[in-house]
Design a protein around this ligand. Structure first.
Ligand code: B12
Ligand code: SF4
Ligand code: SF4
Length: 378
C-alpha cells in the first residue's frame, strides 16, 4: 500500500472521517483574512492580528523546519438535537455541541501522534513533523478546501457532502513530498441562505467570513469584557459557543455521529444545564465540574457573565434572588453590571426594588449606568 492510502486507512480506523493532503504554499484566501483584520472583524482576538499570525498564515511552511506536506484530517462530533432538551422546571442554558465532551485540544493531537508514530521511519520516511489542531496560526478551513476535503459554506464552515460540518480539523506538517489532492471546487450552498437568516446576531457577512465581535461564540468564549448591551437579548440561552448556523444547515441533516467510544462524544446532560444551578457555582466548583472540557476557556468570570445574560433572557422571576445577591455583593463590576441588566429584563417588582436599592449604594460609574438603564427597561 502506498504511504497516502496507508495513512488514510489508519486515520479512519482511529475515528477520523477523512485525511487529505495538500502542499505548504500560501492559502488562496489569505487576502480575505487580511481584509477581515482591516475591518476589525477579529474584535478582541488581538493574537489573530499579530505580525507572527499574519506571516505564518501566509507561509504554512514556516511552522516547521523543512516541512513540505500538510496532512489535514477531520474528527467528527455529533450535533445535539433540539429534541434532546430536557423537561425542566427551571430555565436551561445551551452549550454548543463541540464543548460537551473532552477537550479536543488534548484528544486530537494524541490521536494524530498515534497515526504518525507507528509509521515514522517505516512507511513514512520523515524525521520531522508537527501536529496541531486549532492552535497554530494557519487558515485551516482554506487548506481543508484546497486539500479537497469540502467547501466553505456561507456560515464559514468547511462542509463535506454526506457529513456536514460537525467535525474538528487537525493537521500535521511532514518533511516529505506527497502528491497533493485536487481542491474541492463545487459550491453546494446554491441559493440557500438559511444560516444567514438563522444567525441570532446577524454577524454572517456576504464574503463567507463573520464579524466575530457580534458572534455569540466569540462573545461567550473568547471575549473577556462585558457583552455589548444591544447584543444580550439576541443571545437567547447560549452560554458557551453557538451552533445556530450549523443547526439549520441542510447538509447537517446527514451528519454522521462520532464513534461511540470517542472521547469527544457529547454528553447530552452537559448540553442543557440548569441555569439556577450554574449561577451558584463557585470558581472552584466551576473548575471541578468542567475540568478537561473546552468550557474552562471562558473562565469562571466569563461563564458566570454568560449565565446571567441567559437568565435575563429567560425572564424567570425565580432567578431574582440570585441576581440580587450578585448585584449587591459581587466584587466584580462586570458581573454586577450584567446582573443589573438581567434584573431589568426580568422586570418583576422585587427586581425593581433591588435595582432601586443598589442605586443608592453603587459606586462604579458603569454599573450605575447599567442600573439606571435597567430601571427604564420596562
Ligand atoms: C478565530 C476562530 C474563531 C472565531 C472567528 C470565527 C471565524 N469564522 O472567523 C470565533 C471565536 C467566532 C469562532 C467560532 C467558532 N468556531 Co472557530 N476558529 C477560529 C480559528 C482559530 C481561526 C479562524 C480564522 O482564521 N478566522 C479568520 C477568518 C477570516 O478565516 P476563516 O473563518 O477560516 O475563513 C476563511 C475562509 O472562509 C475563506 N473563504 C471565504 N470564501 C472562500 C472560498 C474559497 C474557495 C476558499 C478556499 C476560502 C474562502 O476566507 C477566510 C480567510 O481565509 C479556527 C482554527 C484555525 N486555525 O483556522 C477555528 C475553527 C474555524 N473554529 C471551529 C469551530 C468548530 C467553531 C464554532 C463552531 C464553535 C462553536 N460551536 O461555538 C464557531 C463557529 C462560528 C462560525 N460561524 O465560524 C472549527 C471549524 C471546523 C469546520 N468544520 O469548519 C475550526 C477550524 C477549529 C478546528 N480546528 O476545528 N472561531
Ligand atoms: S455561531 Fe451563532 S452567532 Fe456565530 S455566526 Fe453562527 S449563528 Fe451567528
Ligand atoms: S445553511 Fe445553506 S447557505 Fe448556509 S452553509 Fe448551509 S447550505 Fe450553505
Amino acid at each position: 500500500m502506498d504511504i497516502k492510502n496507508d495513512l488514510k486507512a489508519e486515520a479512519l480506523a482511529l475515528g477520523f472521517s477523512f485525511l487529505s493532503v495538500t502542499d505548504c504554499s500560501p492559502p488562496g484566501s489569505y487576502p480575505a483574512y487580511i481584509e477581515w483584520l482591516a475591518q476589525g472583524h477579529h474584535a478582541g482576538m488581538t493574537y489573530m492580528a499579530s505580525d507572527r499570525s499574519r506571516i505564518m498564515r501566509q507561509n504554512p511552511a514556516m511552522l516547521a523546519e523543512n516541512c513540505r506536506t500538510l496532512l489535514i484530517a477531520g474528527l467528527p462530533y455529533p450535533m445535539i438535537p433540539q429534541t434532546a432538551i430536557p423537561a425542566s422546571q427551571h430555565p436551561t442554558g445551551r452549550i454548543s455541541a463541540y464543548a460537551c465532551g473532552k477537550d479536543y485540544h488534548t484528544v486530537i493531537p494524541s490521536l494524530f501522534a498515534r497515526l504518525l508514530e507507528g509509521r515514522i521511519n517505516h512507511s513514512l520516511p520523515t524525521d520531522s513533523h508537527l501536529t496541531f489542531t486549532d492552535s497554530a496560526p494557519i487558515l485551516e478551513r482554506d487548506l481543508g478546501q484546497r486539500a479537497g476535503a469540502g467547501w466553505i459554506g456561507r456560515n464559514t464552515h468547511l462542509i463535506r457532502p454526506g457529513e456536514g460540518s460537525y467535525f474538528f480539523l487537525a493537521e500535521a506538517l511532514v518533511n516529505i513530498d506527497l502528491e497533493p489532492e485536487p481542491p474541492f471546487t463545487p459550491d453546494y450552498c446554491g441559493t440557500c441562505q438559511r444560516c444567514i437568516q438563522a444567525c441570532p446576531t446577524g454577524c454572517i457577512l456576504p464574503n463567507r467570513t463573520i464579524n466575530a465581535g457580534r458572534c455569540i461564540s466569540y462573545l461567550t468564549i473568547e471575549n473577556r469584557a462585558g457583552i455589548p448591551r444591544e447584543l444580550r437579548s439576541l443571545m437567547g440561552n447560549w452560554i458557551f459557543g453557538c451552533d445556530a448556523c450549523q443547526q439549520v444547515c441542510p447538509w447537517n441533516r446527514f451528519a454522521r455521529t462520532a464513534m461511540p467510544d470517542s472521547a469527544l462524544h457529547p454528553r447530552l446532560s452537559m448540553a442543557f444545564p440548569d441555569l439556577l444551578t450554574e449561577v451558584q457555582l463557585s470558581p472552584e466548583e466551576f473548575r471541578a465540574k468542567y475540568q478537561q472540557t473546552p468550557i474552562l476557556r471562558a473562565k469562571h468570570r466569563g461563564y458566570l457573565r454568560n449565565v446571567v445574560v441567559a437568565l435575563g433572557n429567560a425572564h424567570d422571576a425565580a432567578a431574582t434572588p440570585y441576581l440580587a445577591n450578585m448585584l449587591e455583593h459581587d466584587p466584580d463590576s462586570m458581573i454586577r453590571a450584567h446582573a443589573a441588566w438581567a434584573l431589568g429584563a426580568i422586570g418583576s417588582r422585587a427586581a425593581r426594588e433591588t435595582l432601586e436599592k443598589r442605586l443608592r449604594s453603587e459606586t462604579d460609574a458603569e454599573v450605575i449606568v447599567e442600573v439606571k438603564q435597567a430601571l427604564q427597561a420596562k
